[in-house]
Design a protein around this ligand. Structure first.
Ligand SMILES: [Zn+2]
Length: 414
């Protein structure tokens, strides 16, 4: 009991103190781009490069592209040069500028030099040792700070016990963060040809303290010599930045299209489903507990979430969401049919995001992407066609059951 009271107190103390209400219209007006590490904190080290240099270059290029493509969006960086910025300061910058989205850019490292691929995290409780290890490494940046024990209320990045506080964290921006994370993964796979290690969750202090949708992207493994060459090349950095900017564009379109005036509060929808892929289905290099988001934000859910903006719920008042009575329609793009069940490391599937498998009319069928509208799925299908999936077509689902487009449109009131 005493322990839990202390935990709640610690949790409240750790909450951001300068949360401010942002643009209520649902428009995306400000993005904060956070280049991981810097100055005395080099981040992960490769043979020929340092994480802090790669993250800065990719961050600046990403911001440049977003400024060009979205002149009405304010791009704010947590750093623009090689300097040390404390972790809590990074979140404060995002909170003070009332950012609508926070993206923290990092590179991964592993003692096994064979690991490669990109993964994107949202704030949450780790479900595997591998995910905890990534968070531990990134949180260890606070060890470079003076008085980190006081500033982070005794949080010890290397102690598993410290991570218990995250189990009480209620992420009111979870759906939006998951949407951005899965868009980032899609684009890193498409444009940068990175191996997709999936969308994951873990307790990152920098995300914990932000009061907006936020993701932390690990662009690739600096410890893998092939991937390091890509990460440090200017062509690679340009492609990575293009991927992040494209993900932002999709995120903005999706968010602004789905936002309605504040007075209209739509029915609460269930959280996106996260499926723990079994090890048998996992791509060869992904950890057994890789998460894959199979359904993204549903239409209307953003409005409901925005009602809690700026005033986080106390941990005590956390309630379990009830599932919606409205049938959820998900639009996917089918790319492959096979008489035999395929492994997800199959050459045609391994670089695709959000793979969904189902058995229908005597064959195994594979789709990619998950959208709440037919239009978005069609845009994605066209992209896939350009990439050589000439037979790709859109299929709607009610839950996990395939339905006809007519049924889907009817369910969606079209
Ligand atoms: Zn890092």
């Amino acid at each position: 009991m005493v322990t839990s009271v202390i935990m709640v107190l610690v949790l409240i103390m750790l909450l951001p103190r300068d949360a401010q209400a942002r643009d209520k219209s649902g428009r995306i007006t400000t993005i904060v781009i956070d280049a991981g590490h810097g100055g005395k904190d080099p981040g992960a080290l490769g043979r020929n490069s340092r994480e802090k240099d790669i993250t800065l270059k990719v961050a600046l290029k990403t911001g440049e592209l977003i400024r060009k493509q979205h002149p009405d969006v304010k791009v704010v960086y947590t750093r623009t040069k090689d300097e040390f910025i404390e972790l809590h300061r990074r979140a404060e910058i995002a909170n003070r500028t009332k950012a609508d989205l926070f993206i923290s850019i990092h590179c991964n490292a592993h003692k096994s030099r064979t690991h490669y691929g990109a993964e994107t995290f949202v704030m949450g409780l780790h479900r595997s040792q591998a995910n905890l290890d990534v968070a531990r490494f990134e949180n260890a940046a606070i060890l470079y700070e003076d008085d980190y024990k006081e500033k982070y209320e005794g949080f010890d990045p290397n102690s598993p016990e410290s991570y218990i506080i995250f189990s009480m964290y209620q992420n009111i921006y979870r759906e939006q963060s998951l949407l951005m994370a899965s868009l980032v993964q899609n684009e890193l796979g498409d444009k940068s040809k990175r191996f997709d290690r999936g969308v994951k969750e873990a307790g990152f202090l920098v995300l914990y303290r932000t009061t907006m949708p936020s993701v932390l992207v690990e662009l690739g493994f600096i410890s893998n010599s092939n991937e390091e060459e890509y990460l440090r090349s200017s062509q690679g950095q340009q492609q990575l930045a293009e991927s992040l900017a494209a993900a932002f564009t999709s995120y903005r379109q999706h968010t602004e299209k789905n936002s309605k005036p504040r007075e209209v509060i739509s029915q609460a929808r269930p959280n996106p489903t996260i499926i723990n892929t079994t090890s048998a289905d996992s791509p060869a290099m992904a950890s057994p507990e890789t998460l894959s988001v199979v359904r993204n934000t549903q239409t209307g859910s953003l409005d409901t979430q925005k009602t809690g903006q700026g005033k986080r719920q106390e941990p005590q008042s956390v309630k379990t969401k009830t599932s919606s009575s409205v049938t959820d329609v998900t639009w996917r793009v089918q790319i492959l049919t096979s008489p035999k069940k395929l492994n997800q490391s199959h050459s045609k599937l391994k670089n695709m995001g959000n793979i969904f498998e189902y058995y229908h009319k005597g064959a195994w069928k594979y789709t990619t992407g998950a959208f709440s509208t037919e239009e978005e799925a069609l845009v994605y299908r066209n992209q896939l066609k350009n990439q050589g999936f000439s037979d790709a077509f859109v299929v709607p689902f009610a839950g996990n059951e395939r339905i006809t487009p007519e049924e889907a449109r009817k369910l969606q009131g079209k």
